[in-house]
Design a protein around this ligand. Structure first.
Ligand code: NAD
Length: 464
């Protein structure tokens, strides 16, 4: 994928206002693979104006037409799947198989789900003597991270478009090429000019300008809790709608009587996937004290299959690599026991971290509390179910989790007690229509499926 030199604004690639650029680096070999423009407040302003101009027309477009255009976008993503996967591998370092199935594949499913929802969603409802109308919020400012670069774009843009909103996207500075390729697909799908706009740039410059812009009606952000808090404060001061999808420290709770080998193997795979750079990763494994030794040994065997440079890619950049290695050192300092991996770099080149498993982790340790965002698993022991629930709920986060038990009822009852937005029961499959989002400091709002679409709607009632 050849980097674009401009911004996609008002249906065309236009030169950026400033001269600054951002280098895009392949984290597997540390080589620069391209440059994209570093947008300024002036670029953001031009993009917001284009989105505002396009809004009335797009909001008034019949549902079936909006649905057909989102369907064309889905088809474009499917047609460019290989190129998309290669781009994600080049700028994020995702192994090719993961890039194909998850990074390029999942967005096709999600875009398809919104093509269907755009056609079938009930934008009107009768309630006694009232008719309730669900109307698009307006211009959406979408700020996305690098860990699932295309999925996070599609999970915001597709529902916003289905709702009748127009969008300005500011993607992560580490993965702008995926965003540029997405803009190209939007263009080829024939969406009207200004309905989708792209401004690449740095978070504190272009991202902040977008979050603060008075022409933006809703800010949808995915990323760190620190920046999310800042964006929430700015939106709150302006009485602006905001959706925040932040970090996590999700618990994988293995209850007595569960299939231990399956629960541990699936749990390890969940953490190692995408080099641990997944906000919903089950980074805390909770096992009954009687099963602890067996679980630790199963985890050591399971993690041995994740060779860096083969099944596990690098971290996205040098800063993340240093951050994750710092957490591993902190785990050792605080008394946890390394049973696999460690802080040393496994390869001479690239931002790799060894897949690492800690045993004897206690709930108060830093590695049991903070989001590490790397291939690091903490195994904690519990005494009984009440203790397991206390530990599971004992962090500031509440994004996701898993429960394994001898039967569905036991696992479901436990999951109902968890402070988490999404819990998989005995290996329940990912559902692209299920609402995704957090309790507590994991965020505000939900993405995906009909609940994700509702985020982009105002409610108006008329009494007759
Ligand atoms: P970040 O929050 O800084 O970046 C996310 C997005 O926000 C990027 O597009 C960035 O350009 C933008 N941004 C940054 N500062 C901004 C500002 N002041 N105003 C507006 N937008 C701004 O995340 P990061 O530094 O790339 O990663 C740091 C940590 O965040 C990770 O280690 C991880 O713990 C967490 N993270 C979580 C997720 C998630 O899916 N929840 C994704 C990425 C990172």
């Amino acid at each position: 994928m050849q980097a674009q030199r401009g911004m996609y604004i008002g249906g065309a690639w236009r030169p950026a206002e400033g001269q600054d650029t951002i280098a895009v680096v392949n984290p597997a070999d540390e080589q620069v693979i391209g440059y994209v423009p570093a947008g300024t407040a002036a670029d953001v302003d031009a993009a917001v104006r284009a989105a505002r101009d396009a809004f009335p027309g797009w909001a008034a477009t019949p549902q079936a037409e909006r649905a057909a255009l989102i369907g064309a976008l889905r088809d474009g993503l499917a047609a460019r799947k290989d190129e998309m996967a290669q781009t994600v591998t080049a700028e994020l370092g995702a192994p090719p198989a993961l890039a194909q199935t998850v990074h390029a594949g999942l967005p096709v499913l999600v875009a398809g789900s919104y093509a269907e929802l755009a056609a079938t969603y009930a934008f009107e409802e009768k309630l006694g003597n009232s008719t309730v109308y669900f109307e698009p919020v307006g211009v959406v400012g979408a700020i996305t991270p690098w860990n699932y670069p295309l999925h996070q774009i599609v999970a915001k843009v597709a529902p916003a478009l289905a709702a009748g909103c127009t969008v300005v996207l500011k993607p992560a500075e580490d993965t702008p090429l995926t965003a540029q390729l997405f803009a190209q697909v939007v263009h080829e799908a024939g969406l009207p000019a200004g309905v989708f706009n792209l401004v690449t740039g740095l978070g504190p410059v272009a991202g902040q300008a977008l979050a603060e812009h008075p022409g933006v009606d809703l800010v949808s952000f995915t990323g760190s809790t620190a920046v999310g808090r800042q964006i929430g404060a700015v939106a709150g001061a302006a009485i602006k709608r905001v959706a925040l999808e932040l970090g996590g420290k999700s618990a994988n709770v293995i209850l007595p009587g569960a299939d231990l080998a399956k629960a541990v193997n699936v749990g390890v795979a969940n953490v190692m996937s995408n080099s641990g750079q997944t906000c919903s990763a089950w980074t805390r494994m909770l096992v009954h004290r009687d099963s602890n030794d067996e679980a630790v040994s199963l985890a050591v065997d399971a993690v041995a299959k994740y060779a860096p440079g083969e099944r596990v890619g690098p971290l996205v950049n040098a800063k993340q690599q240093a951050r994750v290695r710092g957490y591993i050192e902190k785990g050792v300092e605080e008394g946890a026991r390394i049973v696999a991996g460690g802080p040393e770099s496994p390869l001479g080149k690239g931002y790799y971290v060894s897949p690492t498993v800690f045993a004897d982790v206690t709930p108060d340790m830093t590695i049991a509390q903070e989001e590490i965002f790397g291939p690091v698993l903490s195994i904690l022991r519990y005494e009984d179910e009440a203790d397991a629930l206390r530990i599971a709920n004992g962090t500031v986060y509440g994004l996701a989790g898993a429960v394994w038990a001898a039967d569905q009822e036991t696992a479901t009852a436990f999951a109902r007690g968890m402070d988490a937005g999404q819990v998989d029961i005995n290996g329940g499959r990912f559902n692209p229509l299920a609402p995704f989002g957090g309790y507590k400091q994991s965020g505000v709002g939900r993405e995906l499926g009909p609940h994700g679409l509702a985020e982009y709607l105002h409610t108006k009632s008329l009494q007759h």
